[in-house]
Design a binder for this molecule. Structure first.
Ligand code: AMP
Length: 432
């Protein structure tokens, strides 16, 4: 007999701060959400792209903007073993545009409709709905300048959320326009003139960067800055004729598609590459709390060129999937973990049960076998917990007689079926 004294307990290791484990049932909901995304986006003609999770750092600095929160303080940047600076992607558009240019997609597909699903990384202050690793669905349409695609994209976002079960009245779509490189300078100058006398009231970050990037003040979350932003001049007063036409076209198409929305002049979004249309979807459902922006996006007509490609208009949005899970709560309802549970007593019963389960699964049924050899009572309890509709019972007496007890959980009715027929019968009962 060993007399070794038990050692000290190993230290329990923890996930990286701000990063969360996605466990069942949330992980199952995520799979269901992704299925709905693939289905609905496919109907709009979008195709899935997967770009790497890490990119060379200058891609983000150049596209997102040096004076943004993300680039200034939130990126996970490190040196590769060969000394090049890499960054875990903080958002998806930069990588998508890099790939679009690298593979010269503009020459292959003048209208490119892409979407992606995957993890993003930002070193932010953790709180409910704000994590350091989170998942986004991102949708990007490249090659179309007309506002019809912006409107259709917003309608698609609302349709997606409705299909997932979110109530219409729990969603608020906010839209704005930022103008373009022609009209932005006059808006920027007007905003600077307005902000200068307010400088002492701005937060530290805004005081530091408002001269280079006055638009940042408009989406600063600090109370003082928000108050000042509420009185700031709006882009609408400075739009050039082309931007005004685009904006009016957008409002017209949103009307045609009956997309309810509110104009919000402070909506400039935290990334530098946006121009013209910006939009955000706020949600009051579930347990989202303060972080209630589910999705955000807009036009980035200059980004493809900025990253070395040909001039290409583009529009897109990203939605946080963890926030979507919080908003959905118990929606969408999940299918039971098992439709049929095989409950067995003794080694011979388990030997018979294994091929039955295999056959059921081959016929598309979710089937479960309890391998632990616990009592019939505890196996029945587990079957109930898994939410199955049918239990196939193989006790000692059933084994001797070559039959299986088929029990319908909803009614507790039980019948005896010959072993060879039981799979067919169970499938028939389930699909009825
Ligand atoms: P953004 O890329 O900042 O425009 O964010 C788009 C969406 O991604 C937001 O509306 C959120 O739903 C989600 N998101 C952004 N940052 C986080 C985060 N730190 N944690 C969880 N979700 C996030």
């Amino acid at each position: 007999m060993s007399t070794r004294a038990p050692g000290p307990r190993a230290e329990r290791l923890q996930a990286v701060k701000g990063m969360v484990d996605l466990l069942p049932p949330d992980s199952r909901r995520l799979v269901e959400i992704e299925r709905v995304c693939h289905d609905l986006l496919g109907r709009y003609g979008y195709a899935l792209v997967e770009t790497p999770t890490v990119e060379y750092t200058p891609l983000f600095a150049r596209s997102i903007g040096e004076e943004t929160d993300i680039v200034e303080k939130e990126m996970y940047t490190f040196e590769d073993r060969d000394g090049r600076s890499l960054t875990l992607r903080p958002e998806g558009t930069a990588g998508v545009v890099r790939a679009y240019n690298e593979h010269a997609i503009h020459g292959i597909e003048p209208v490119t409709l892409w979407y992606y699903l995957g993890p993003m990384f930002r070193h932010e202050r953790g709180q409910r709905g704000r994590y350091r690793q989170f998942h986004q669905l991102g949708v990007e349409a490249l090659g179309v300048a007309e506002p019809g695609i912006d409107a259709e994209m917003m309608a698609m976002l609302l349709a997606l959320l409705a299909q997932l079960g979110l109530a219409r009245d729990a969603m608020e779509l906010h839209i704005n326009t930022l103008g373009c490189s022609v009209c932005r300078p006059s808006f920027r100058a007007a905003l600077l003139r307005f902000l200068e006398p307010h400088e002492p009231e701005l937060c530290e970050d805004c005081q530091r960067r408002f001269r280079q990037n006055p638009l940042r003040v408009l989406d600063c979350k600090e109370e003082g800055c928000r108050r000042i932003a509420g009185e700031a001049p709006t882009t609408l007063d400075h739009l050039c004729p082309a931007c005004r036409t685009h904006w009016e076209g957008l409002l017209g198409d949103l009307g045609t598609l009956e997309v309810p929305c509110e104009v919000d002049h402070r909506l400039v979004r935290g990334l530098d590459y946006y121009n013209r249309t910006t939009f955000e979807l706020l949600c009051t459902a579930g347990s989202l709390g303060a972080q209630n922006t589910l999705a955000g996006g807009g036009r980035y007509d200059g980004l493809v060129e900025l990253l070395g490609g040909p001039p290409t208009p583009a529009v897109g949005f990203a939605m946080g999937l963890e926030r979507l899970l919080l908003a959905l709560g118990d929606l969408p309802p999940l299918a039971p973990r098992a439709e049929v549970c095989l409950v067995t007593q003794g080694a011979e019963a388990r030997r018979l049960a294994l091929p039955l389960a295999r056959e059921l699964r081959a016929r598309g049924v979710r089937a479960d076998v309890d391998h632990r050899g616990t009592s019939l009572k505890s196996q029945m309890k587990r079957a109930d917990r898994l939410g199955c509709a049918i239990v196939l019972l193989l006790g000692e007496s059933e084994v001797t007689r070559g039959v299986v007890g088929l029990r319908r959980m909803a009614t507790s009715e039980q019948e005896e079926i010959p072993l060879a027929e039981v799979v067919g019968r169970a499938v028939e009962r389930l699909r009825r």
